[in-house]
Design a protein around this ligand. Structure first.
Ligand code: ADP
Ligand code: MG
Length: 626
């Protein structure tokens, strides 16, 4: 519960208008009808609709945060039927006017107005829909919520809240239905539901899910004011069957603990704590682009930080509200008796103080008020169901319950969204991002190294091909130089050839002159040779005729010689004439021989001249051909 000063600010200015019940039959107390707990058409759909989300922020609620109080009348039981047989109805309900009347006597009654009035025939489902569902929806939307039952023992608190409805689902109480709704509306991947189930007896917090745990301390966060019981077992809820199992275990443990302590469950408070953790849906509309897509989400301030809503639902089945003096009748020592209901007394005092706008709210006086600090005068959305029996035998208790309910209706809480930056998930996302970036850096470095290797390889290749190019260039220039030399050589050769050609032309010219001369000479010589041949023929003919004359002379001489031989005996004159004639012929023969020899020498000289001329002619022709 908040401090008095904090609470004052949350009160409406008109909150003092309702007052304690009057003895007048017509006077209504409590808030005007338009602020009643919403009675909605029961729906089988379990999802939280956008409308219900809007409602959770109480846009149209003139009294957002005021504790809603409904009253439920238990059907008559056998006992009631016997004891009230002679009396008329003690409790009169006017549900359409949300009014309950307690008859004082035949002519007067006290009238009380509540946010909702349920008759004995109201179904468990309707009770849930009207009393608890708006709170459950708030919890799903990130607000703390409390549903609490207050009333005398035996009036139906446990029936209303904790009924398991194992054999008949329509009998299921608020706890089961609330968990059913919560489980159906969360996303198992990102959200979680955890429960603890506690019993508070004689200022000792005991764990109904782990009965060995007793005297569990209550811890308050000095900053947020959040109250928690960290020592208690926390069970993460998987499904409704799992929850039903746990509730059953809790019930069994509650029964066992009470037997051991020699008490009754009506003297202890049972508190079901449901912690709902929901991650905000992520959106793209933020500036955290540097964080990458997966790091973005939406926050209440729209800064794109991931947020988480951690809300808590308390379902509180209080101890019986019957008066303390009745405890004594159960055999407890006075001190014990005081202790047993210290928490309940404290709660009443706190609610009174809150209702009266007191500067001091004795929250710290008991464990129950510490545990319910957020439910009354805090930031939770709270619904209270008060249960009454129909019998006039319990007139005092019923009246006391009415008064408690009336005062609770005046308590206004400041509902507050339990949303915070989800540093855990943000850190996780950042870590993921860092991992991702590191991996990316590694990848890039590796690729750079690979690039470097490839570049080095390419550079080596380039160098090699450059060296080769250089080499081939050198070879080429050498070749060019050679070609140049060759060209100049060729040039010289051409010049030389040109010169030779020129010379040759000159020679040719000279040769033609020479040939001409040679031809003329040859012609001359041939002519001369012809003449000589002719002369030689002539000389040969003359020589032949001289030989023939010689042969004739020789024959004549021989004939003469013969004749002389014949005449020898005759005459010496003859001899002398003969000797003269012989001498003359011999002289003539000598002359002819001489002449023949001369002719012969001349012939040989001509022949030599002809050979020489032929040789000269042959040489001249060879030179021309070359
Ligand atoms: P409390 O927890 O307030 O002491 P219980 O929930 O144990 O009271 O109810 C006492 C008895 O009355 C139980 O047997 C319960 O089944 C019965 N009872 C209570 N309320 C109703 C109801 N609305 N309809 C039928 N039976 C009821
Ligand atoms: Mg009970």
């Amino acid at each position: 519960m908040a401090s008095g000063s904090a609470m004052r600010s949350s009160y409406r200015s008109d909150r003092q208008s309702s007052s304690a019940p009057s003895s007048s039959t017509s006077r209504n107390v409590g808030p005007p009808p338009h602020i009643s707990v919403r009675s909605r058409v029961p729906s089988s759909r379990r999802s939280v609709t956008p409308t219900s989300r809007a409602r959770a922020s109480d846009d149209n609620d003139p009294e957002p945060g005021r504790v809603r109080v409904a009253v439920r009348l238990r059907p008559r039981n056998a006992e009631d039927l016997v004891s009230d047989a002679d009396f008329g109805d003690f409790v009169e309900l006017q549900p359409e006017m949300k009014r309950l009347k307690l008859r004082k006597n035949n002519w007067s009654s006290d009238s009380y107005r509540f946010d909702e009035v349920f008759t004995e025939s109201a179904s468990q489902k309707r009770i849930y829909e009207v009393v608890a569902k708006p709170v459950v929806e708030s919890v799903l939307n990130g607000y703390n919520g409390t549903v609490m039952a207050y009333g005398q023992t035996g009036t139906g608190k446990t029936y209303t809240l904790g009924k398991l409805g194992k054999h008949d689902a329509s009998e299921r109480g608020i706890m089961v239905r609330a968990l059913e709704d919560i489980i159906a509306n969360i996303s198992p991947a990102s959200d979680s539901v955890e429960i603890s189930y506690l019993q508070l007896y004689m200022e000792s917090v005991q764990d109904l899910l782990a009965p060995e745990k007793i005297n569990i301390p209550i811890v308050e966060d000095p900053k947020s004011g959040e109250v928690s019981v960290p020592g208690a077992a926390v069970v993460r809820m998987q499904n409704l069957d799992h929850f039903l199992e746990l509730l059953q275990i809790g019930e069994a443990n509650r029964h066992a603990a009470n037997t051991k302590l020699n008490t009754e469950s009506s003297r202890s408070h049972a508190i079901l704590m449901v912690n709902v953790r929901r991650s905000s849906p992520e959106k793209e509309d933020n500036d955290f682009s540097f964080l990458g897509k997966e790091s973005r989400s939406v926050s209440p301030a729209g800064h794109g930080m991931p947020t988480v809503r951690k809300s808590k639902l308390l379902i509180v089945d209080l101890a019986g509200s019957e008066r303390l003096d009745k405890s004594g009748s159960e055999g407890h020592m006075a001190e014990e008796a005081k202790f047993i209901n210290l928490s309940l007394t404290s709660l009443g005092k706190c609610i009174n103080a809150l209702a009266e706008n007191s500067p001091h709210i004795p929250t710290r006086d008991s464990k129950l008020t510490r545990l319910l600090r957020d439910s009354f005068g805090g930031s939770a959305r709270t619904s209270l169901i008060i249960t009454v029996g129909p019998s006039s035998r319990h007139h005092a208790e019923t009246t006391s319950t009415m008064m408690f309910g009336q005062r609770a209706m005046k308590v206004v809480n400041m509902v507050k969204l339990k949303e915070e930056f989800d540093y855990e998930s943000f850190c996780r996302k950042l870590e993921n991002q860092v991992d991702h970036l590191n991996a990316e850096i590694d990848r890039q470095q590796k690729s750079r190294e690979n690039d470097q290797i490839a570049m080095d390889k390419k550079l080596g290749e380039c160098r090699n091909s450059f060296a080769e190019a250089e080499k081939s260039l050198a070879a080429r220039s050498e070749e060019l130089n050679r070609q140049k030399d060759h060209n100049s050589l060729m040039h010289d050769e051409v010049e030389r050839l040109e010169m030779t050609l020129k010379h040759s032309k000159q020679h040719q010219l000279e040769d033609s002159t020479y040939q001409k001369v040679l031809a003329e000479t040859t012609q001359m010589y041939e002519k001369k040779i012809g003449e000589l041949m002719k002369q030689l023929e002539y000389e040969r003919a003359r020589s032949e005729s001289a030989e023939e004359q010689l042969d004739v002379m020789k024959k004549l001489l021989s004939d003469q010689q013969k004749l002389m031989q014949d005449d020898q005996m005759g005459s010496s004159t003859y001899q002398k004439a003969l000797a003269d004639t012989t001498q003359m012929y011999e002289k003539k023969i000598a002359e002819l021989i001489q002449q023949l020899e001369d002719e012969h020498a001349l012939y040989e000289g001509s022949e030599e001249q002809l050979v020489l001329a032929r040789k000269i002619l042959g040489d001249g022709q060879l030179v021309v051909q070359a």
